[in-house]
Design a binder for this molecule. Structure first.
Ligand code: ATP
Ligand code: MG
Length: 566
């Protein structure tokens, strides 16, 4: 069975997730006229991260699967934190993941409709202007086991609330002096129903509506209503919104006049080990220059992962594998790494790159001679063909691949031992040269001319194979090695510790003196390769023709380092 047949089978066998079951059930019951409509609702206050990818795959995926539509809606109800820079990056990242929205909307498109609805609620006696401070309001909220206390303004005349509500929006009232609250139930067991705030005053201009509005709707007042105005049928969000759902439904009940109702459904958010996923925290890392920017390859942002060399497919496969549930969990980042290895293993050309070079001289190879050897581009995919690679007397090899006094099970170069040079000859190590401090500066070997491909002893087996780059045919490169950004598994949740104290000081190691094969001379930013025996690397956008820079996307699984650790 071919790979695609196999994965199709897997697809068909996979059972529906609980959201798909709800949607199929709604369709069977003919709800909302058989329509399926979702939205992805980011707040434009930061760059998207891999957690958002989980929501994107679900929102767009459900619409696609059931022949519906998914809109992109910017949740821009807080002008203090929002910016156009973020709007552009969000669109770019969604497209990069391979999704296309039907329409772009902004919550601010609905400010007038929301205002009118608020006015209607005031007129119906279901909302009032409260002049108490935030502290006073908080004090009256009660606790989950203790009912709250009614505000002294709760029963003020409708006319008074209306007049003040207009003043809240005209700029006459300072920020923090008044809010509009829904009049629901101060003794409800659900804290969100204890007269929640609908509007607050913000005097900053908004990035789209300018100075038109001074009263801004709160998330809970805006979100469900925007869903309703747009015709969303399934409003998918993360589990922390479960207790908000009764409020979501309460507002919709006041607004809806037909059968159509958007329905909020919650799923578990993506949390991942050794990183933080809150935009507020990521913004701090950027602002305090702990990372080079939102697209620093160590960031969990989509632009960071892209720069690191992650493919959209690898991220989508990962999201697919972890699935959607109703339970919070933390996902091991090694699952994401597994996913990118699987994808690049199929796609990447194998090349040679030496990160920590030392010279190997083949003393019995004629001086001045050079020849080509054939390299298979990708053993996983014959259609990717082969290429010719230059071989000569002097080669760069990894410093690690030679040891004068090796431990057991070291099958690389060591005096008297034979290894195969990948795609070329078997060589036998004859010794090395050291400097005055005892550091090895050159390694020597003799080759067996009968052992390259096409020769009588081509198939002679030796225990180790090492990679190499011919010295006169090599290029210099800078290589950036990344490790986990944090030392703690869950740095955002450590007690008594600021997450920034848990940053890994060695999360970036820059190797300036690497040697790579000539084939890579025209490599372009974002091109990806497997450096044999080391890992997957892609070209950083900082790279130029004269100064090539590679990012290590992920290491190959390295059996040797595991042995060393034992
Ligand atoms: P943050 O806490 O990072 O600021 P947020 O929830 O405030 O995230 P939004 O821009 O409001 O960010 O999120 C847009 C959508 O993405 C929402 O539907 C939200 O539920 C979803 N989302 C955000 N973070 C995650 C996550 N880690 N896993 C799954 N979905 C997420
Ligand atoms: Mg949010």
């Amino acid at each position: 069975m071919s790979f695609t047949e196999n994965s199709k089978l897997k697809e068909n066998k996979k059972s529906l997730n609980f959201i798909e079951e709800i949607v199929e059930n709604d369709l069977r019951e003919g709800k909302n006229g058989g329509r399926v409509q979702t939205r992805f609702p980011p707040e434009p206050n930061g760059y998207l991260h891999i957690g958002h990818a989980k929501a994107i795959c679900l929102d767009f995926g459900i619409a696609e699967k059931y022949g519906g539509i998914c809109n992109l809606r910017f949740d821009d109800t807080n002008p203090v934190k929002e910016d156009v820079e973020y709007v552009d990056s969000i669109m770019e990242d969604i497209r990069w993941l391979g999704f296309q929205w039907e329409n772009v909307y902004y919550a601010s498109d609905y400010f007038q409709q929301l205002w009118d609805f608020a006015v209607k609620l005031i007129k119906e006696g279901k909302a009032y202007v409260d002049e108490q401070s935030a502290e006073e309001i908080a004090k009256q909220k009660g606790t989950p086991t203790q009912p709250g206390i009614n505000s002294p303004y709760r029963d003020r005349p409708v006319e008074e609330s209306l007049e003040l509500f207009y003043k809240m929006n005209s700029g006459e009232i300072p920020e923090g002096k008044m809010v509009l609250r829904a009049k629901i139930d101060m003794s409800s067991p659900n804290m969100h129903l204890r007269d929640p705030i609908m509007y607050r005053i913000i005097h900053l201009p908004h990035h789209r509506t300018g100075t038109k509005w001074k009263a801004y709707p709160m998330y809970d007042f805006a979100h469900g209503q925007c869903d309703y105005f747009e015709g969303v049928t399934h409003s998918l969000c993360t589990l922390e919104f479960v207790p908000h759902r009764p409020l979501y439904d309460w507002f919709i009940d006041q607004l809806a006049d037909g059968d159509y109702r958007p329905r909020q459904i919650e799923f578990n958010r993506l949390n991942m080990t050794y990183t933080v996923m809150s935009k507020r925290k990521l913004l701090q890392l950027v602002q305090e220059k702990r990372v080079s920017g939102w697209d620093d390859p160590r960031m969990p942002t989509l632009c960071g992962l892209r720069r690191r060399g992650y493919t959209p497919q690898s991220i989508r496969n990962f999201i697919d594998d972890i699935g959607y549930t109703r339970y919070e969990a933390i996902i091991d980042v090694s699952l994401l790494e597994h996913s990118i290895r699987e994808d690049l293993n199929k796609k990447d050309i194998r090349v040679s790159g030496v990160l920590d070079p030392i010279k190997l001289i083949i003393t019995n190879y004629p001086e001045g001679k050079e020849e080509t050897v054939t390299a298979v581009n990708n053993p996983e995919d014959e259609t990717m063909g082969t290429r010719e690679v230059m071989f000569s007397r002097e080669l760069w090899i990894e410093r690690d691949d030679f040891m004068e006094n090796p431990p057991k099970k070291y099958f690389r170069l060591t005096p008297g031992n034979e290894v195969r040079l990948k795609n070329a000859y078997i060589v036998k190590c004859t010794g090395c040269k050291k400097d005055e401090n005892g550091n090895v500066v050159e390694v020597y070997a003799e080759y067996d001319p009968t052992t390259r491909s096409g020769m009588p002893n081509a198939n002679r087996k030796v225990k180790g194979t090492i990679h190499w780059v011919s010295v006169p045919h090599s290029l210099d490169a800078e290589v950036r090695l990344f490790d986990r950004l944090f030392l703690a598994e869950n740095p955002g949740e450590e007690k008594d510790k600021d997450f920034k104290e848990l940053l890994n000081p060695n999360s970036l190691i820059v190797k300036k003196n690497c040697k790579i094969e000539m084939y890579l001379k025209d490599a372009q930013p974002f091109d990806s390769f497997q450096f044999q025996r080391i890992g997957y690397f892609n070209v950083d956008p900082d790279s130029t023709k004269d100064h090539l820079i590679f990012n290590r996307t992920v290491a190959l699984k390295d059996s040797w380092s595991k042995i060393k650790q034992r």
